[in-house]
Design a binder for this molecule. Sequence first.
Ligand code: ZN
Length: 142
Amino acid sequence: MVGFKVYRRELKYKTSKLIEFIDITRDVEGVVGESGVRTGLTHIFVPHATAAILANENEHGLLNDFTELIRELFRPGGGWMHNRIDNNAHAHLAAGFIGADRTFPVEDGRLVRGTWQNIFLVELDGPRSMRRVVVTVTGEVD
Ligand code: ZN
């Protein structure tokens, strides 16, 4: 008989730079494994206004390119209105564009993703002593 399950776990990370990409793929796949869900979806959500979730290749040059692009498009210390009250407008703007979540399929108990598609927590206003990532796995269990 097939049952239905919702399994949720919170992951925590310490960040060390203003803009930083933290590969959380293994941790997310660990949550999928412990969930017991065979067929369903995994939702990865960051409950912060100045951090984001991204799926892309974990290649050093590319991550530098992403960092440079973010710095160009959303200039830290630029003349943003939000900087009048809180000096992190760039982080809010970049987080708004990258997005706070991603969803992946789960098939045969495993996360479905491309070979060059790792999952990153994107720090945009670091360093921070603690960033939270909420992983929810939902679907059919045996
Ligand atoms: Zn702010």
